[in-house]
Design a protein around this ligand. Sequence first.
Ligand code: MN
Ligand code: MN
Length: 471
Amino acid sequence: MAKKNDKTEGKKLAKELLVDRKNGFFSVSDTKVKKADAFCEGYKEFLENAKTEREAVTAAVKIAEAAGFKPYDAEKTYQAGDRVYLNNRCKSLILTVFGTEGCKDGVHIEAAHIDCPRLDLKPHPLFEDNDFAQLKTHYYGGIKKYQWTTIPLAMHGRICRKDGTTVDIRLGENPGDPMFTISDLLPHLAGEQSAKPLSKAIEGEKLNVLVGSRPVRDENEGDHLFKLNVMRLLNEQYGVTEEDFVSADIAFTPAYHPCDIGFDRALVGAYGQDDRSCAYAELMAAVKIKTPKHTNVTVLADREEIGSLGNTGLDSNFLHDFIEDLADAEGLKVRHVLAKSQCLSADVTAAFDPNYADAYEANNSTYLNCGVGMCKYTGARGKSGTSEATAEFVSKIRRLFDANEVLWQIGELGKIDGGGGGTVAMYIAGLNVDVVDVGVPVLSMHSPFEVVSKLDEYMTYQAMKVFAEAE
Ligand code: MN
Ligand code: MN
């Protein structure tokens, strides 16, 4: 305690008793900033290669295999240090590094998602109207529809033909590729449209992708010649017919390439950073960790953006069943393993945006360049639709981060009753696991071009790594 007449008492006391929140660039070393910049070169490459959940699985498997991960075989016996992966239907992925203590004291789980808002094709997508060939889409995830018009789009995904053969498509990403776009009304004629609320100005049924405007030449000018020409080109290139669209996972994504943002290059701008920023941080942690004490389980899940439903999402048994296999192999009961397990649910959080300050409560927001963002709970209204980490578990995690110089912050997703959102945390908490949300703050979340901080991305990687290796 400072002396009575000490004029610096306030400063000293404040240091002792008050939270000191400041921008990371006032506390982090130059070396760490350089490391963050270098880390994000790999991150941008991952974003470029992983624009859909399928592509993310392919890119992650490639990185994991290069680091010694092998396909998981439930019949095999594994030793500490062994590295395996389980590919769930090419849409979600589990990576595991076996620990010296196995899973008897629980496993450490890091969970992120690799699906992103996008425009999927309907089963009968192709139509022509006034000499335009277009594809009808059905949006996936929460989007502001107006943001998806008049931008360059790329086509990604897989078509499975009737005979069971498949073809993968990725068009609009390489130099020289054609791109696609959705038209919007010129301002001169948009008087009526501009008077509508944002949510009504562009309707879901107007998100039609322009894909062709030259017909098959036929002197009889028959019907469908514009549509037919598109189908002819698709058939020549990919060997598919119109009916093959019924068994396809095709999405249109923004055709932007990841890049640095700002004169200082402090930020990364790209599509799909919710939640591939956390997925990459987790993946690199799984690849880089030394043999941990407790078996480490990294999950890259699908379907989070629509509520985690489906057999590649976390509201299914695939993670539980994998951990049950690990438990069985050690002669343990899965429920006992889960009850002792811990999880970082790695998902992005909304970064405070000074242009829309009214949507946030400044004292309880996360900020760009202030480190990995923790959320004790997400949800909406009176904390509904969310799990909440216990005080004990949050204490444990902040102690771990501080001991390892991981820059972190904590906040909520905007003002009370302003809206809300959820993550996979509640599904993992539902398995009787201790879980807290920890992830990268994002500007313009769910837009075609999201922005994150390189320092925050690197700190999220550090957070995942120290957790994976923790006692
Ligand atoms: Mn997310
Ligand atoms: Mn999201």
